[in-house]
Design a protein around this ligand. Structure first.
Ligand code: BES
Ligand code: MN
Ligand code: MN
Length: 455
C-alpha cells in the first residue's frame, strides 16, 4: 500500500487522535494547567510508543521536550521536525461558540484552542511519519523535537538545543507552524518577524487620590501614559524611537514588487475583520506592513478603576504591555534598550517610569535555493498542482533564528494554516482539508528531500 492510500484509509483515526490531544488544556502560560501540559507531552510519547519509535521525555527546568527518533541508516539524510504541544490561554472564554477544550468539527473545520497553533499542524507530522513507516516507505532518518513552551518564549528549549547539538544533528529542520495564502494558493514562509516585548509602569502620586480634590493639580499617570504611548508613532505611522530603523534591511523595489504580486484581496481582508479601512506605515502595502516592516503595538493597558459604575479616582499607577515586531537585521535586545532609554527620556517629571523587558526573539529569513526549500516546494506542487509562493509572515518563531545560529540549520516553514484560523483568538479553528493535505504533503517532502540530497 502507498503512504497516500494509508492516509486515506486512516483518516478517521488520525482525526480522532488529534481531537483527543486537543482535549488536553496544555496552556503553558498559566500554572493552573501545569498537569495538563505534562499530559499532552505524555500523550505524544504514547503515540510514538504505539508506532514502536524510540521516544524520550526530556525534562527541562520547565515543561519537557518530547524527543523521538527513527534512524534507518546514518548515511541517509536526517530531517528534524520541530513543533509545539503547548497552546495559548483560551480567554476570553465567553467569546467562544463552543468550549475551547471540547473540540467540535463543524463546517469542515476543527474548532478548539491549539487546533491550528500548533497541535493540529504538529500532529500532521506524527501521522505522516506513521503513514511512511506503516507502508515501509520512509526514505530517510527522522528526529522529532516537540516542545511545551513555545507560547512562553522557548527559554528551556534554547538551553536544550545548546546542550544537545550532536543529538539534534540533521540536514534540515521542518516546521509546520505558519500559514498558506489560501487553500487554492499554497505558499512557503521564508521570513518571520522578531519580537521585543516590555511592560511599563508609570507612577504618579503615592496613592489613589480623589479626582475632585486633586484633579487638575496632580498629573494623572494614565493620561500621561497615553500621551507617552501616542508619541511613539508619528502621523505617518512611523515609530519615533531614535535609532529604531537604523538596521532595518532595505529591500529593492524589485523585491517589493515581487512580494506584492502574491494574491491578496484587500476588500476581503477588511470584510473578514469588519473594518472600514486598514492602517499602517505610509508608503507600504498591507503585505509589506506585516511582512517586511517593524511595528509597535500596545497589547494591554490598565490602571485605575474598571469595576462596575463610576468611582472618581485619580490613580497612582498606570500600566501597559508593549510589543515591537522586528525585521532583519534588527536585534531584539538592542531594540528593547532603545525603547527603554527613549521611554524614560520622554517621561515628564511628574511621574516615574519603570520598564521591564519580557522574552523576545530574533527575526529570520530562509533562503529559497536550498535542497530543503526545493523539496518542500516540490511536495506542495505535487499535492496542489501549483508551485507555492514564497511569503514573509508577520508572526514570530524566535527559535528558528536560534536553530540557524546554534545548529547551523535552516528551517523549512511548510505550514498549512490560514489567516482566518483565528490563532490566539476565540474560536480558533483548523480546516480538515488543511489537516489531511498537510499530512499528504509532508509525506511527499521526505521522498523529495532524500532524492534531491543525493544528487
Ligand atoms: N505559530 C505562531 C507564530 C506564527 C503565527 C507564525 C502566524 C506565522 C504566522 C507561534 O506559536 C506564536 O504565536 N509566536 C508568538 C511569539 C512567541 C515568542 C510567543 C507570536 O508570534 O506572537
Ligand atoms: Mn505556533
Ligand atoms: Mn502561537
Amino acid at each position: 500500500m502507498s503512504a497516500i492510500s494509508y492516509i486515506e484509509e486512516n483518516k478517521e483515526q488520525f482525526l480522532n487522535e488529534l481531537l483527543e490531544l486537543l482535549r488536553i488544556p496544555s496552556v503553558s502560560a498559566d500554572s493552573k494547567f501545569a498537569g495538563d501540559v505534562r499530559n499532552a507531552a505524555e500523550y505524544l510519547k504514547e503515540r510514538f510508543k504505539d508506532l514502536g519509535t524510540h521516544v524520550e521525555i526530556c525534562e527541562t527546568a520547565g515543561y519537557p521536550i518530547v524527543y523521538a527518533e527513527h534512524i534507518k541508516d546514518p548515511n541517509l539524510p536526517t530531517v528534524l521536525v520541530y513543533g509545539h504541544y503547548d497552546v495559548q490561554p483560551a480567554d476570553p472564554l465567553e467569546l467562544w461558540d463552543s468550549p475551547p477544550f471540547e473540540p467540535v468539527v463543524k463546517n469542515e473545520k476543527i474548532y478548539a484552542r491549539g487546533s491550528a497553533d500548533d497541535k493540529g499542524q504538529m500532529y500532521m507530522h506524527v501521522k505522516a511519519y506513521e503513514a511512511l513507516i506503516k507502508t515501509d516507505s520512509l526514505p530517510c532518518n527522522v528526529k522529532f523535537m516537540i516542545e511545551g513552551e513555545e507560547e512562553v518564549g522557548s527559554e528551556n528549549l534554547e538551553i536544550f538545543v545548546r546542550g544537545n547539538k550532536e543529538k539534534l544533528a540533521a540536514d534540515v529542520i521542518l516546521i509546520s507552524d505558519t500559514s498558506i495564502l489560501s487553500n487554492d494558493t499554497p505558499s512557503i514562509t521564508v521570513g518571520l518577524r522578531g519580537l521585543s516585548y516590555l511592560e511599563v509602569e508609570v507612577t504618579g502620586p503615592n496613592r489613589d487620590l480623589h479626582s475632585g480634590t486633586y484633579g487638575g493639580a496632580v498629573g494623572n499617570p494614565i493620561n500621561t501614559l497615553c500621551q507617552m504611548i501616542a508619541s511613539l508613532q508619528n502621523e505617518k505611522g512611523e515609530i519615533t524611537i531614535p535609532g529604531f530603523y537604523d538596521k532595518v534591511e532595505a529591500l529593492s523595489d524589485e523585491y517589493r514588487e515581487k512580494m506584492n504580486q502574491a494574491p491578496f484581496d484587500l476588500d476581503a481582508y477588511k470584510k473578514h475583520l469588519d473594518i472600514k479601512a486598514v492602517k499602517g506605515e505610509e508608503g507600504y502595502t498591507t503585505i509589506e506592513r506585516t511582512g517586511i516592516r517593524p511595528t509597535l503595538d500596545v497589547n494591554g493597558i490598565w490602571g485605575g478603576y474598571i469595576g462596575e459604575g463610576a468611582k472618581t479616582v485619580l490613580p497612582s499607577k498606570a500600566y501597559a504591555k508593549i510589543s515591537m515586531r522586528l525585521v532583519p537585521n534588527q536585534d531584539s535586545k538592542e531594540i528593547t534598550e532603545l525603547f527603554s532609554n527613549h521611554f524614560q527620556s520622554i517621561a515628564p517629571v511628574h511621574v516615574t517610569v519603570d520598564v521591564t523587558p519580557h522574552h523576545g526573539g530574533e527575526p529570520s529569513v530562509i533562503p529559497t535555493d536550498s535542497v530543503g526549500y526545493k523539496a518542500a516546494s516540490k511536495a506542495m506542487e505535487k499535492t496542489w498542482g501549483k508551485e507555492p509562493i514564497p511569503t514573509r509572515e508577520g508572526g514570530s518563531i524566535p527559535i528558528v533564528a536560534l536553530f540557524q545560529d546554534v545548529l547551523g540549520l535552516d528551517s523549512i516553514l511548510m505550514g498549512f494554516g490560514l489567516n482566518e484560523d483565528a490563532i490566539h483568538s476565540p474560536n480558533e479553528s483548523y480546516g480538515l482539508f488543511n489537516y489531511y493535505r498537510g499530512i499528504e504533503t509532508i509525506s511527499h517532502f521526505y521522498q523529495f528531500f532524500t532524492d534531491m540530497s543525493k544528487s
